[in-house]
Design a protein around this ligand. Sequence first.
Ligand SMILES: *Cc1c(COP(=O)(O)O)cnc(C)c1O
Length: 378
Amino acid sequence: MTVGTIPFNRPSLRGNELSYIQDAVARGHLSGDGYYTKRCHTLLGELHGGSRVFLTTSCTHALEMAALLLEVKPGDEVIVPSFTFVSTVNAFVLRGARPVFVDIRPDTFNMDESQVVSRLTPRTRAIVPVHYAGVACEMDSILEIAGSREIPVVEDNAHGLFGAYRGKPLGTLGALSTLSFHETKNVSCGEGGALVVNDPRYVERAEILREKGTDRSRFFRGEVDRYTWADIGSSYLPSDLLAAFLLAQLEERESSQARRREIWTRYVRELGPWANSRGIGLPVAPADCSQPWHLFHLLFPSLEVRQAAIAHLKERGVHAVFHYLPLHLSPMGLRFGSRPGDCPVTESVSDRILRLPLYTDLSVDDQSRVLDAMLAFG
Ligand SMILES: *Cc1c(COP(=O)(O)O)cnc(C)c1O
């Protein structure tokens, strides 16, 4: 049992991380695309129906690669939720695009698919749904809207590895998708990510952009006799040391996902009656969405009650947090002309949401402490 405050998140080692790192060192290849990176590529490819996967230094960088691959340029528009992490949007803004914010659905907190059509213009260059908590967006609608106009869809799947929509793995639905292996995600190497390329047209260029704009990967495969500057690009590949750590985590996905599922379902089971009698919302996952137990949240009736709950938990040694300040109301978002009231559901959820500690190593006793503390709140 944790003495002192139960953190909101803590990295959880699954067993082989350090021995794999040691082995990577012994193999004498510490830069990118070594033995462990290739094994991660294979495993992640299998988890994505055979699509090409490229490890990156972060999900942010995978999103930047997506914007480069789609040749997003000044004057273009991208349709994005306001209720998301900055990188979903910043990666496209970095290329000169203007974000067009869409509100979220009040049940799943995902992009409200019914509002997408009204946001389209001839300048729309991409639609970027975020599968919040790994619960899928209404992808059939979004893909139909996008497909009929040949607008690429980029899934920000930072939360959704191991999730599925109507039997299909999340991250395989758009032309491109991105993963995060940041410390706070289900599978982690501290800082890391991946770009999943579902549309094969983008594979060759993705490989070059990721390797500083060179055809070094083709050179290493013996397809060209020297490598050279072939395109724009940057350095988006992580060290094989990080891939070694990541592979150890990926290989243990069944046990870690099983544990997260237990924690998540126990929260619902033990908080359900308390929450229902107080008008506190529990997470909603539609029947056709299989979720990866990434995060657990409660929706309080008001900002005041939410803030009181955070203070109450803090006094009892539990660190609970909220997230996603609406991007359209951030200093940067306002520069694109947004106003309060543009995304009313986002604004309301952002004020009222609370996330409870959920990490793979959260012990039964520590979860009991969180539950006792929460149930003692009014
Ligand atoms: C964590 C996260 C990111 C950024 O991931 P990094 O790997 O830290 O760059 C992007 N989008 C969403 C929705 C996230 O939760």
